[in-house]
Write a protein that binds this ligand. Structure first.
Ligand code: ADP
Length: 633
């Protein structure tokens, strides 16, 4: 099988390895970089939209709680101005007698109790406290000079005094609302209400709300977290700090600044603040980030700030980022796996196509070879037919040759037969004539003896003709013959010649049954013994040996003579038809040829040996009918 190598040859190593190497080197870092990048984008988007959503939600919360603070504050704004209506207050400011003072004290005490404020007091225009609701307390404001207070200074000028500060008497924080009390268009005194706003802080804490209120100085005056209280949300200049210290607004508190680690303005009034882990604002060991939404409170210079922790949102955003990164990694992995699988399938398809192509080529070649084989088979069949026909022709020629050989042998033998028959016939004529004369003379004994001799001669003549008939008869390839009988029949036929030659015959073989027609065996033996007799014609002491032996399922009979032997040139042509060394009509040159072919036709063989001692040995091998050897005869 041959495939086109250019079709399936792999790419040169330099071209095949490089892209794969590049892919393997750069793909993992690229995927990791993309994972990190997309994860960060996922985190950023999630945080951004989370903050926006929180911001929207916080805006509502901010509005709600800012309103609550406003209403809490505004509910006291009218209270100081009410004192303008109270005649005892005007009287006290006009003429501060002990009786009037006590009357006003009692009035203010009752009013304070009903309004649930911290304290209500009245000052003259110099800033001295003339009457107060807490006149019974040890740390009462009565007689105190509070002219340094900013709320007094504003109110005495006819402006509303709003002030958050720490009480200079008892250090208690509070919201001070002051109002200039007018009479006939002139300010005669100042009424002040001090309110505690801590209830709001408690409310925020209960609601788990993180919020604070910063005043006009940026100082946190109310906070859900006490740690943030009285801290400044803006940097304070030294001048401001000095001014505030002088006014004792915040008593002697240090007014530290809230220092965020990071501050990012997202929109107006919306900031992202991060406080360090070790600050008193961070509840645990981690930096804490808030979304700070601030809104000014109406009627005051204050701001309300709502703090929303972003830790949960950040955690959520980190999770989202991780999710995006993992999803990308999964998609990337699936894409890579899909790509690899696609390549494997493509390679498999190419291999399958190559295999299919190779298979097709193989089938084409097989078909071609089969056609060739069929043609050569047909040729071989034709040759076999021709051979068979030739064999048949040869067989017919052989049969005809056998027949011709027989006829030739008959012709050859006819002389000796005639001689054989003429002799007894001459003897018969003489004997019969003598017998007639002996009968006429009455010599019956002699006549009887003659008649017996005549009978014997006739029997002998009958045997000769019988041998001749059996010799001439066409034989059969199959059949079985007795070696002993065949030798006897051959010797009988050649008897006269043997007697003339005074042959010394040696028999040393068994009367075995061999696979050959009886007549054919006799014919072979007549040829071999006849040739031996011819070769020994000039031998003074002719000897013939007939020796047998069993060998490998066959019986081997050696016909050996001590004749003149065969010269080297004649040995080459012995079994060729019509080869003869005999003069004139004595030899036809068919005897050995026919004998060899008769032996071969039954699976036997005829060969020749040339003993060193002289003479010739013909070896006739014939298949045995039965392997049991017969007794020697
Ligand atoms: P033919 O007897 O008619 O010549 P054969 O085929 O029987 O034909 O023999 C061929 C030749 O083989 C003979 O002419 C003879 O020269 C030689 N030959 C055969 N048998 C013997 C033998 N026993 N000794 C010597 N020569 C032999």
């Amino acid at each position: 099988m041959k495939c086109d190598p250019t079709l399936y040859r792999a790419a040169p190593p330099s071209l095949a390895v490089k892209p794969r190497l590049i892919r393997h080197l750069f793909l993992p870092p690229l995927v990791i970089a993309l994972m990190i990048g997309l994860g960060y984008i996922g985190f950023w988007v999630s945080e951004h939209y989370g903050i926006r959503s929180l911001s929207e939600n916080g805006q509502r919360q901010l509005e709600l709680h800012a309103r609550a603070v406003e209403s809490e504050i505004s509910k006291y704004t009218y209270l100081p101005s009410l004192l303008e209506l109270e005649s005892s207050v005007s009287k006290l400011l006009d003429d501060p007698t002990p009786e009037t003072r006590q009357t006003v004290n009692d009035y203010l005490e009752g009013l304070n109790r009903r309004s649930r404020s911290r304290a209500i007091y009245v000052m003259d225009t110099t800033g001295r406290v003339l009457a107060t609701s807490n006149w019974r307390d040890v740390d009462s404001y009565l007689g105190e000079d509070l002219s340094f207070r900013a709320y007094f200074q504003n109110a005495v000028r006819g402006q509303p005094g709003r002030f958050y500060g720490i009480g200079s008497t008892n250090g208690e924080p509070g919201y001070y609302l002051a109002h200039g009390l007018e009479e006939h268009g002139k300010i005669i005194g100042v009424a002040v209400v001090k309110v505690r706003l801590e209830a709001m802080e408690e409310r925020w804490q209960r609601a788990r709300l993180e919020a604070f209120v910063s005043d006009e100085n940026g100082i946190i005056i109310l906070s859900s977290d006490p740690a943030r209280r009285l801290k400044s949300v803006v940097p304070l200049s030294d001048e401001t700090k000095e001014k505030l210290a002088r006014s004792l607004q915040y008593y002697w508190f240090p007014l530290n600044e809230l220092q965020p680690l990071a501050r990012e303005t997202l929109a107006e009034g919306v900031e992202k603040l991060t406080f360090p882990a070790n600050s008193e604002l961070a509840s645990d060991d981690q930096d804490i980030t808030y979304l700070a939404q601030t809104r000014p409170l109406s009627d005051t210079p204050w701001n309300f700030t709502l703090l929303t922790p972003l830790a949960d949102l950040r955690r959520e955003a980190i999770n989202q980022g991780i999710l995006v990164a993992v999803a990308f990694a999964l998609v990337a992995f699936l894409l890579i796996a899909w790509n690899e699988r696609r390549k494997v399938i493509a390679t498999r398809l190419a291999a399958r196509e190559a295999l299919q192509e190779a298979n097709n080529q193989l089938e084409r070649r097989i078909t071609e070879r089969t056609t060739d084989l069929r043609a050569s088979n047909e040729r071989l069949k034709g040759q076999i037919r021709e051979r068979r026909q030739a064999e048949e022709t040869l067989r017919r020629a052989q049969d005809e040759l056998v027949q011709a050989g027989k006829l030739a042998a008959i012709g050859q033998m006819s002389t000796s037969i005639a001689h054989e028959l003429n002799q007894p016939l001459a003897a018969l004529r003489t004997l019969s004539g003598n017998t007639v004369r002996f009968l006429e003379r009455g010599q019956l004994d002699v006549a009887s003896t003659n008649l017996k001799t005549i009978n014997e001669l006739i029997d002998r003549m009958g045997r000769i003709t019988a041998s001749l008939r059996s010799f001439a008869r066409r034989g059969d390839d199959k059949g079985q013959a007795s070696l002993g009988k065949a030798v006897d029949a051959a010797l009988q036929l050649l008897n006269s010649r043997m007697e003339c030659a005074h042959l010394d015959l040696h028999r040393d073989f068994k009367d075995v049954q061999v696979q050959i027609d009886q007549t054919r065996l006799e014919q072979i033996l007549v040829n071999l013994i006849g040739n031996a007799l011819d070769a020994m014609q000039s031998q003074p002491l002719p000897e013939l040996w007939l020796e047998g032996e069993e060998y490998d399922g066959k019986y081997r009979l050696r016909v050996r003579d001590n004749g003149h032997g065969i010269d080297a040139e004649a040995r080459k042509h012995l079994f060729e038809p019509f080869f003869t060394t005999k003069p004139g009509a004595q030899g036809l040159g068919l005897g050995l040829t026919l004998s060899a072919s008769l032996a071969a036709a039954t699976g036997g063989h005829l060969g020749v040996e040339h003993p060193a001692s002289g003479g010739t040995t013909f070896v006739l091998s014939l298949p045995l009918v039965s392997p049991i050897p017969a007794e020697p005869i």
